[in-house]
Write a protein that binds this ligand. Structure first.
Ligand SMILES: NC(=O)c1ccc[n+]([C@@H]2O[C@H](COP(=O)([O-])OP(=O)(O)OC[C@H]3O[C@@H](n4cnc5c(N)ncnc54)[C@H](O)[C@@H]3O)[C@@H](O)[C@H]2O)c1
Length: 261
């Protein structure tokens, strides 16, 4: 199939969840999608993020929808669905690029994880994909692509990633169950497993800089993956070029995941 990059997502209406600032992976994905001709809606966590997201969007992708949505709040999720139904009536894609764990759970021994910290990380970082999909798949009347962001700490032990690694394992399993449920409606569900990237969330993981150095040294391509490269992978997954790809975890990490010690 041949495709003009500038028209790759022309006519597609896509929701981007998880822009906090210009370093967010969700922002890199939004820019790639906008360049490929998509119409975008952005959801932001709460008032604290509103101003920054509004400024970024107005300056670089004007005309996009902006909708508040804390994924822990069922009322916010219902409102998100109602606004998208009202404004667009149809949806072709969702980018779920959000996660949260308490800073104290991303430091030291996993065995010390608290019940509350465990459940919070699962709720925001894993269950939210199902909570969002449940509200929005009825809008994907012509099929669609749901994409989430994960990290290899789901499969292997990464120091200090701890409770988030377990949440990402649940997230990746959710991708498979959702892909099976929604496939008959032409809705594909996939995850992009990004290599480590310096963002505000990443700073919450203790010794993140040491992790970056270790990965850069060992990775087959001998460098770190950029957010723009993760965005290109997400562009592929949102486009018709990946029409036979669902239920998978695609690595955009310069090959780090194949390495042993
Ligand atoms: N940065 C990395 O090294 C890396 C690597 C692999 C995967 N990821 C994943 O990429 C995704 C995006 O993270 P990022 O690195 O761009 O960081 P980021 O801090 O820019 O984005 C995280 C987003 O999560 C949102 N969020 C947190 N709690 C929320 C809630 N209750 N409701 C709604 N939104 C909420 C925040 O508002 C923020 O926009 C996350 O799933 C993260 O785990 C990041």
């Amino acid at each position: 199939m041949q495709m003009n990059l500038e028209k790759m997502l022309a006519g597609k209406k896509i929701l981007i969840m998880g822009v906090a600032n210009q370093r967010s992976i969700a922002w890199a994905i939004a820019k790639a999608y906008a360049s490929a001709g998509a119409d975008l809606a952005f959801s932001y966590q709460n008032e604290r993020f509103k101003g920054k997201v509004e400024r970024l969007v107005e300056n670089e992708i004007p005309g996009s929808l902006l909708i508040p949505c804390d994924v822990a709040e069922d009322g916010d999720l219902e409102n998100l669905s109602a606004v998208l139904q009202d404004q667009w009536g149809v949806l072709h894609g969702i980018v779920h690029s959000l996660a949260y764990a308490r800073k104290e759970e991303l430091d030291g021994m996993f065995v010390n994880t608290s019940r509350e910290g465990f459940l919070l990380a699962q709720n925001i970082s894993a269950y939210s994909l199902t909570a969002v999909s449940k509200r929005l798949y009825p809008l994907m009347k012509k099929g669609g692509s749901i994409i989430t962001l994960t990290f290899q700490g789901s499969e292997r032990v990464v120091p200090n990633y701890n409770v988030m690694g377990v949440a990402k394992a649940a997230l990746e399993a959710s991708v498979r169950y959702l892909a099976s449920d929604l496939g008959s409606m032409g809705i594909r569900v996939n995850a992009v497993s990004a290599g480590p990237i310096r963002t505000i969330s990443a700073k919450g993981v203790k010794d993140f800089n040491r992790l970056l150095e270790g990965v850069e040294e060992k990775t087959p391509l001998r460098r770190l993956a950029g957010a723009n490269e993760v965005a290109d992978t997400a562009l592929f997954l949102a486009s018709d070029l990946s029409s036979a790809v669902t239920g998978t975890v695609l690595f955009a990490d310069c090959g780090y995941h194949i390495m042993g010690a």
